[in-house]
Design a protein around this ligand. Structure first.
Ligand SMILES: C[S@@+](CC[C@H](N)C(=O)[O-])C[C@H]1O[C@@H](n2cnc3c(N)ncnc32)[C@H](O)[C@@H]1O
Length: 218
């Protein structure tokens, strides 16, 4: 179980917590994510990638996880497109490298770095995508994230962001809460072998609320 998960005092946005959470989940993240989204995550990512201009030559996937967007990026962008996949969790980067090898990605590089302090130069990318990572960032970090994306995007570049949101419809919200309270922890029990909560349930619950309470105005 991720250290400190059951401690209400734990800072769920701290680097230590987020890295250990995803390190622990790295082996099963892909399948848990597919099941926990009932398969929708695949299609949502596809839409997020397809929202970017097809002719982008330099593209970056921030908080890439196990490179879950890569299959869509390869289909959407041309063979000439160079793709950089960034994640700060070494175990997730290892998964991403496996995915890259499966796709024989010569034009793809996995970079172990923080999305808030990228090693990239200013104006490096035509397009940036980031899926399901925003909920792990605190409100202050969200601002840093937006500033960093603005720095590395070329003038006129594009960004596509994807994240869960709390449903506005009361009935849908009711079912979403049941889903977070029962279904996601059930998957945690199934895949992590713990009767406690799946770490992602905590992140979904708290992170999604925080995201909607304080949207950064940059
Ligand atoms: C919920 S996963 C999303 C993975 C993938 N993008 C997807 O669509 O499923 C969030 C990922 O963001 C990474 N992450 C969180 N905060 C980060 C940061 N500040 N810098 C780089 N990666 C970060 C985590 O290590 C984790 O792999």
């Amino acid at each position: 179980m991720c250290q400190g998960l059951e401690d209400p005092e734990v800072d769920i946005h701290s680097e230590r917590f987020v890295k250990s959470l995803f390190s622990e989940m790295s082996r099963t993240y892909g399948v848990v994510n597919l099941l926990s989204s009932l398969g929708f995550a695949y299609f949502w990512r596809k839409l997020a990638v397809r929202a970017l201009p097809k002719d982008s030559l330099q593209v970056c996937d921030l908080m890439t996880g196990g490179a879950e967007c890569l299959t869509h990026m390869r289909t959407h962008f041309g063979k000439e497109t160079r793709m950089e996949l960034v994640d700060w969790c070494e175990d997730m980067c290892a998964r991403a490298r496996q995915t890259v090898r499966r796709y024989h990605g010569k034009q793809v590089e996995v970079i172990n770095a923080s999305a808030l302090a990228l090693p990239s130069q200013d104006a490096s990318y035509d397009a940036v995508v980031s899926t399901f990572g925003l909920k792990t960032l605190s409100p202050d970090e969200l601002l840093d994230f937006v500033r960093e994306v603005k720095r590395v995007l070329k003038p006129g570049g594009s960004i596509s962001l994807l994240e869960f949101s709390m449903p506005e419809n009361a009935m849908v919200r009711f079912f979403f809460r049941l889903y977070v309270k029962f279904y996601v922890p059930f998957l945690g029990w199934l895949f992590l072998g713990e009767s406690g909560q799946l770490p992602d349930a905590v992140a979904i619950h708290q992170g999604v609320w925080e995201l909607q309470k304080g949207r950064p105005a940059v």
